[in-house]
Write a protein that binds this ligand. Structure first.
Ligand SMILES: Nc1ncnc2c1ncn2[C@@H]1O[C@H](COP(=O)(O)OP(=O)(O)OP(=O)(O)O)[C@@H](O)[C@H]1O
Length: 294
């Protein structure tokens, strides 16, 4: 490793977003400022590998660790960098790229690499659900169900995600939840509950338009049970970033959230599905991750 230059480690998910990345090291070679940076690359080979690579890299002499992929890859890498002095950078290559879009990181690899050259970064809040970290969005109900079904789907990418969404939405039933947000109780049937750190799921689909990564709060977005005919209205409100004014969604800000469900079920953390029990506990971890942003 170089002593004069910043050491930078690229962790590349070769399957995220359904896009090939074999030429990425040569693109990085071309656009990264080699006067400032000494790059090293690794391609992930399985689920969880990005997390292992990041854990090793965190202990070494790297200044910046780059997640190349979508929100799932970022989650694996960032989980090992919370409260670290290392800076996380992102080259967005996911299906949705929620966190990268929120941070205004360019979606073209060449421009995202050029942003790394500037070294501009900030310290953002992170969050935990039953002790597992998330950075952009966690959720339960329909969005967790969809992530769970999508994970078993052979095809990646936005098109297959949307196709699957249309198929699943016709049969999904709202669930009852008992919710406690900073000591205030709410009993609600919900189609889905999203816990927002940033404002969007990805693809500029906004569930919580007013969310901030630096306010020390999460936004609990309760999507009320909804009829199929009202779904286009909700979809329009999400695309136009108006859900905070919607009668179809209730958004409550909080730091410590407890949710009880009737049975174990799926949740998602940054779009990656996971089966958990009835009781969920979610906390904000303020100002805990250094991240490169625009
Ligand atoms: N070599 C690999 N083979 C199979 N899966 C992998 C490999 N490397 C990483 N993964 C897994 O790929 C999954 C998807 O990654 P990621 O979320 O970054 O992309 P995406 O789902 O296309 O994008 P987004 O989350 O933005 O919608 C992650 O769960 C990650 O652990």
């Amino acid at each position: 490793m170089s002593v004069n230059k910043s050491n930078i480690f690229f962790i590349i998910n070769p399957i995220s977003g359904g896009k090939k990345k074999s030429s990425l090291p040569s693109l990085i070679d071309q656009y990264l400022d080699k006067e400032k940076f000494a790059p090293i690359y690794a391609f992930t080979e399985y689920v969880g590998h990005a997390s292992e690579l990041a854990e090793e890299a965190e202990k070494k002499n790297y200044d910046i660790i780059v997640a190349v992929g979508g929100d799932g890859t970022i989650n694996e890498v960032a989980s090992k960098l919370v409260h670290s002095d290392k800076i996380l950078a992102i080259i967005p290559f996911g299906s949705g790229n929620g966190l990268a879009r929120f941070l205004n990181i360019p979606l073209t690899a060449q421009k995202a690499i050029s942003l790394i050259n500037t070294g501009k970064h900030q310290v953002i809040d992170t969050a935990e659900l039953n002790g597992k970290k998330f950075f952009n969005m966690a959720g339960m109900g329909f969005d967790a169900h969809l992530s769970s079904v999508f994970a078993g789907n052979k095809k990646r990418g936005l098109k297959s995600y949307v196709e699957l969404g249309f198929k699943e939405i016709t049969t999904y039933k709202a669930q009852p939840y008992r919710i406690d947000i900073d000591g205030v109780k709410y009993d609600n049937d919900a189609f889905a509950i999203s816990i927002a750190n940033s404002s969007q799921y990805g693809n500029n689909v906004y569930i919580s338009p007013k969310s901030s990564l630096i306010d020390g709060y999460l936004d609990v977005c309760i999507i009320h049970p909804i009829s199929l005919v009202k779904l286009p209205v909700l979809a329009f409100q999400m695309i136009t970033a108006k859900t905070h004014k919607s009668s179809l969604v209730k958004i409550i800000r909080g730091k410590h959230i407890k949710i009880e469900r009737n049975a174990p079920d799926a949740v998602h953390l940054d779009g990656e599905p996971l089966q958990l029990g009835e009781s969920l506990e979610i906390k904000i971890v303020p100002a805990s991750l250094k991240i490169l942003s625009n």
